[in-house]
Design a protein around this ligand. Structure first.
Ligand code: SF4
Ligand code: SF4
Length: 255
C-alpha cells in the first residue's frame, strides 16, 4: 500500500521560500499577498475606513475636503510600504531583479500572466523604495515606475488613509468619520456593475491559443480575447477595473 503525504496548510517558511523565487505560480500569489498584507497591516494603526473603498485619484475624492493640503511624498513613502501588490504592465522594462514573474502552468505551455514588484523580506516594503519612512524617501525607479504607482495620487482619499495608518496624520474624529461614512454610502450608489472584477487567462484546447475571460461586478462573464502567447502578452491586472468597452479598445490597440 502506498502511503499518501498529508496536505498541510502553508506556513511562514513556505512564503519565505516563495518570495526568494524569481517566478511564482499563479496559485501561490493570493496566499502570499494575503500573508504579506497581514505582516504589514498588523503592525500599523487600525484602518478607520477600508482602503479598497477609497479613491486613489484626487479628482474622485469623496471624503477629503477640497482645500486639504496635499502631503509631500518625499517625506512619506507610506503607500510604497503598505500596498503589497504592485503589478507592472507588459512592455514596462523593469529589471528582472526588481520583479516576480507570475506564471500560469498550462497543460502544454507556461506563460507569464502578471509581473509584480518584489517586496523586501524584512519589512515587505517595495524593493525600489529607498530612505527612511516618514522622513526622507525616494523611488529608485521613479521614471519607470508602474502605472499603479503613477495613478496613486498624493492627496487622494486612499493616500490620507494610509498616512493615518502609519501615524503620519491624525485620526479622523468621530464627527469626521460619520461624515465620511455618509459620503461613501452616497458615492457607493454609483454603478460599478459593468466594470471587470476579475480577468482570467486560460489555455484553450487549441495549440498555442490562450483566452482572456472577464468577470464583471454584476456576476456576468464574457470571453473577451483569444491570443497566441508567442505573439502577444497580456497581464490579468491590466484588464481588471476596466469596462468591457475600454478592455476591447485596449486589446484592439495592442493586438
Ligand atoms: S501615501 Fe500619499 S503622500 Fe505618502 S508617498 Fe503615497 S501618495 Fe505620497
Ligand atoms: S515602484 Fe517606486 S513608486 Fe512604486 S511602490 Fe515601489 S517605490 Fe513606490
Amino acid at each position: 500500500m502506498i502511503k499518501l503525504a498529508l496536505l498541510r496548510p502553508m506556513e511562514e517558511r513556505d512564503f519565505v521560500q516563495i518570495t526568494r523565487q524569481k517566478t511564482i505560480p499563479e496559485s501561490d500569489v493570493v496566499p502570499m499577498a494575503n500573508w504579506m498584507f497581514e505582516e504589514v497591516w498588523s503592525k500599523l494603526l487600525p484602518m478607520q475606513i477600508l482602503t479598497e473603498n477609497l479613491s486613489f485619484s484626487v479628482k474622485d475624492n469623496v471624503i477629503t475636503p477640497p482645500d486639504a493640503p496635499v502631503p509631500d511624498c518625499m517625506s512619506c513613502g507610506a503607500c510604497c510600504a503598505a500596498f503589497v501588490y504592485v503589478s507592472t504592465a507588459p512592455g514596462n522594462d523593469l529589471a528582472d531583479a526588481d520583479c516576480w514573474k507570475i506564471v500560469k502552468n498550462g497543460r502544454k505551455r507556461t506563460i507569464t500572466v502578471d509581473r509584480l514588484i518584489r517586496r523586501r523580506r524584512s519589512d515587505k516594503s517595495c524593493v525600489a523604495l529607498e530612505g527612511r519612512l516618514g522622513e526622507q524617501v525616494s523611488c529608485r525607479i521613479y521614471n519607470e515606475r508602474p502605472q499603479m504607482c503613477r495613478k496613486f495620487e498624493a492627496g487622494s482619499d486612499r493616500c490620507h488613509a494610509v498616512r493615518r495608518a502609519y501615524g503620519f496624520e491624525p485620526f479622523l474624529t468621530l464627527e469626521e468619520m460619520s461624515d465620511a461614512k455618509a459620503k461613501l454610502e452616497q458615492a457607493g450608489k454609483q454603478d460599478r456593475s459593468n466594470t471587470i472584477k476579475r480577468a482570467i487567462i486560460d489555455e484553450s484546447d487549441e495549440e498555442n491559443k490562450f483566452t482572456i475571460s472577464a468577470e464583471l461586478h454584476d456576476g456576468s462573464a464574457y470571453l473577451i480575447h483569444s491570443f497566441d502567447p508567442r505573439k502577444e502578452t497580456w497581464f490579468q491586472s491590466e484588464i481588471e477595473g476596466l469596462t468591457l468597452e475600454a478592455a476591447a479598445q485596449m486589446i484592439k490597440n495592442r493586438s
